[in-house]
Design a protein around this ligand. Sequence first.
Ligand code: ZN
Length: 352
Amino acid sequence: MTAGLHPWNEDRALRLARERARLPHALLLAGPKGLGKTDLAAWLAQLLLCAQPSAAHQPCGRCQGCTLYAAGSHPDLHVVQPEAVYKSSAGLLAQYALRYPPADKGKDSKDSTVIRIDQIRALIEASQTRPQIAARKVLILSPADSLNVNAANSLLKLLEEPPPDSTLLLVADRPTRLPATIRSRCVNVPVRAPERGAALAWLAAQGQAPAQAELLLELAAGAPLAALALADGDFIGCRTRWMDDIEGLLGKGADPVGCAARWKSAGAERGLSWLQGCVGDLIKLGFDPGAPGLFNPDARARLQALQNRLHLNRLFGFLELVATSRNALGGPLDEQLLLEDVLIQWSRLPRT
Ligand SMILES: [Zn+2]
């Protein structure tokens, strides 16, 4: 058992730990959301900052480095996250990320969901100094796929001329969103979902009943932490209401404005993200009623009934609208109006 690590990441962590003296200057921890990649990066950071790791390649937990790390004040650990991520996280890394806030948020009064160039510039400046306590500095970017274009270009300079005595850990749910120039300068460390049995055992240990755990894991595409997050937010209950709403809007005379208000109170991002997956399912079913890998695998019959009433070619345009609206969340447009627009367009899709 390794403190701070999820059991399915222990083997990966141990392999990195054994190689720690020869680690490349930049690693890209990549894999689907909900696998604990950021916790893996944090654990590796502590190990790299520890003065006396154990023979089993674990941080000692007692040295000055480990003590400062746990207090959120190690001077050689530098963490950059989007403002919205560190402000909403209770994790230890969020404390470190407070040291690299976006200096210029522009006209936007909301917390930024991207990593901005001034944050990367500050990180580069810090990377040029010598480590203060540890043998090296550890730089973490999480999630690195939230770098905006300017920030990514700036980071590229850091990767092209890596600072001495530094290890850079990039964490990404969607690594293909990173420019190829960045990916090619990092060593890829794939983080994979555990086997189904192990994931279900872990969910049971978190207090999830077996039937619920199976459904959550399926909905989370096998990622245990994502499954647990769905349970915490009553995703199953919300999904039932969203499903009822889109059926109701498609012929039963439901009111899109009232639906939008409900979706907003349940979280506009969650609702739109579900709708995006749901429309993806409808498109898949339009091509192949037996399509595998549905986002809502347990709702196949209901989705097929919806699909039968809609024109497949119109669903592509609607899917794009959902994606665009989702991207617009957090911007200046009102959430209620965005949701109303999407749901009104849905209710107006031509029927067969
Ligand atoms: Zn230590």
